[in-house]
Design a protein around this ligand. Structure first.
Ligand code: AMP
Ligand code: ZN
Length: 485
């Protein structure tokens, strides 16, 4: 059966149809982190859902071209840099590096591209798009010198959020704080420079300033994926105004349907409330590791509930994740033992397969139930249900000595396939590639010289090769960031 997704735009489950799937990859755009502080595990719930989506598409034979943007200029990054007394880039670099480190810990596959909003290429594109919107009458420069999108001129505005625009009262030209807009719902495309922005400023046809957050995503997605995106994701809080604004800007410029499928994940909660920086109820990945949980356990805890269902974060949930993974580990170890024994003594195994002359329970593995469940709007809870049911059945077969060589191998092969989606296997000792070892050694040297900038660059290069470097009191340690290429 074909893949199906709940499309936020239609509020319906729709079959995933791609024109020319063999001719081109799926174009996937995922809103990335705003690098003003370390991302919390609520953010990572969104990224893990997107990771699951990408992996299931790949399991089904699609190639995926995934772009995740890095928002490195907006109000919070500017404020943070000012308070820290450092240039914007120095401020954001540390959180960018932390984001990649945490994503590795959680075995999130790397996107193909991570465009940053402050890259001149994308700033040029933003300026080009804003100019296009102004020339079409879809944007205007207000008295405060900022440029705003004119939502009244875009009849589809509000369609994604199913939002009735008349609820937003237009009061003519209203003075609202420091700006002067035609409609209260008009959003900024270009923000005129003011003193609080310090050195953060770029030239534009409208004077010095910086882009608004929404135009960043429109520019980066159309620059890298073309005018039309197949799937666009984020958390539900992104629906309005961010994604609504992206549609208005992108379609306003191109005149083409911007996104075919909009997928949004529900929030990670703490005591029933959204986990959020502003509420102070958050944990970061290092907070969880400090409690002696592993990245793999956290990945499981964030992955196991259907993405459209709010998930409450609890330590009990972390312990359940640990227990579930232990069951998988034990099961795999048992299967391997049967398979290995069988390899060494093929004759004895043959006798296992025909015990009682009936087909062993294990030969009837749910070959497609797991994958079918994921095809159904990424129903991970059902998929994991099938996995644990299979584990129970095959364990029973092994208890009764009814598992034969071929079946053990078949189960291990099955696991290998579904684990390309789950990526939940325990770390095994993997040889460190020469290039990674050399970079790590160079990094040790520059750290002794206290060249932190170079050290961070080397960390990024090591991380791009799929490895993580951790500084401990016994020197730096390398671990494999699974799921990366
Ligand atoms: P931000 O860095 O705030 O732009 O958020 C990055 C991503 O994390 C966005 O897709 C948000 O929708 C998502 N997000 C933020 N908080 C949560 C949460 N508590 N649970 C799930 N996703 C979240
Ligand atoms: Zn975005």
């Amino acid at each position: 059966m074909a893949l199906r997704f709940f499309n936020t735009y239609s509020r319906e489950i729709e079959e995933f149809e791609l024109r020319n799937p063999t001719a081109r990859p799926v174009r996937l755009y995922t809103c990335g982190p705003t690098v003003y502080s370390r991302a919390h595990i609520g953010n990572f719930r969104a990224y893990i859902f997107e990771d699951l989506l990408q992996r299931q598409l790949e399991l089904r034979g699609y190639k995926v071209h995934r772009v995740m943007n890095i928002t490195d200029v907006e109000d919070k990054t500017i404020r943070g840099a000012r308070e820290a007394g450092v240039p914007l880039q120095t401020f954001t670099e540390q959180f960018k590096a932390a984001f990649f480190e945490d994503a590795h810990t959680l075995r999130i596959k790397r996107a193909d591209e991570y465009p940053a909003a402050t890259d001149q290429r994308y700033l040029d594109r933003m300026i080009e798009m804003i100019s296009g919107l102004i020339s079409k009458g879809l944007a205007y420069q207000a008295d405060d010198k900022s440029v705003y999108f004119r939502i009244n001129k875009f009849p589809d505005y509000g369609k994604l959020a199913h939002f009735d625009l008349t609820q937003l009262q237009s009061t003519g030209r209203v003075k609202h704080d420091e700006y002067d807009k035609e409609h209260i719902g008009d959003f900024a495309l270009w923000k005129a420079w003011d003193e609080a922005d310090g050195d953060v400023k770029w030239n534009s046809p409208w004077g010095l300033g910086r882009p608004g957050w929404h135009i960043e995503c429109s520019a980066m997605s159309t620059a890298l994926l073309g005018d039309q995106v197949d799937i666009h994701c984020g958390g539900v809080d992104n629906i309005f105004p961010h994604h609504e604004a992206e549609i208005a800007q992108s379609e306003g410029v191109t005149g083409k349907k911007f996104v075919r499928y909009w997928l949004h994940c529900a929030h990670l909660l703490v005591d029933g409330q959204k986990m959020a920086k502003s509420l102070g109820n958050f944990y970061t990945v290092p907070d969880i590791l400090a409690k002696d949980y592993t990245g793999r356990e956290l990945r499981y805890a964030l992955l196991r509930v259907h993405y459209r269902v709010p998930l409450n974060f609890t330590w009990e949930g972390m312990n359940e994740a640990r227990e579930s993974l232990a069951r998988i580990d034990e099961w795999l170890a048992r299967l391997r033992k049967v398979a290995e024994k069988a390899n060494a003594e093929p004759a004895r195994n043959a006798s296992h397969s025909d015990a009682g002359g009936r087909p062993t329970a294990n030969t009837q593995r749910p070959a497609t139930a797991f994958e079918d469940a994921l095809d159904d709007d990424l129903n991970i809870s059902a998929a994991l249900g099938f996995l644990f049911e299979s584990i129970r059945e095959t364990n029973r077969a092994m208890d009764q000595n009814e598992m034969d060589e071929a079946s053990a191998h078949a189960w291990l092969e099955w696991w290998k396939r579904i684990n390309t989606v789950l990526d939940l296997e325990a770390e095994t000792d993997v040889a460190i590639p020469h290039e990674v070892a050399q970079l790590a050694e160079e990094r040790e040297n520059v750290r002794r010289e206290k060249n932190w900038k170079r050290s961070d660059e080397l960390r990024d290069r090591i991380s791009a090769l799929g490895w993580q470097v951790r500084d401990t009191k016994d020197g730096s340690k390398l671990t494999r960031g699974a799921g990366t290429e």
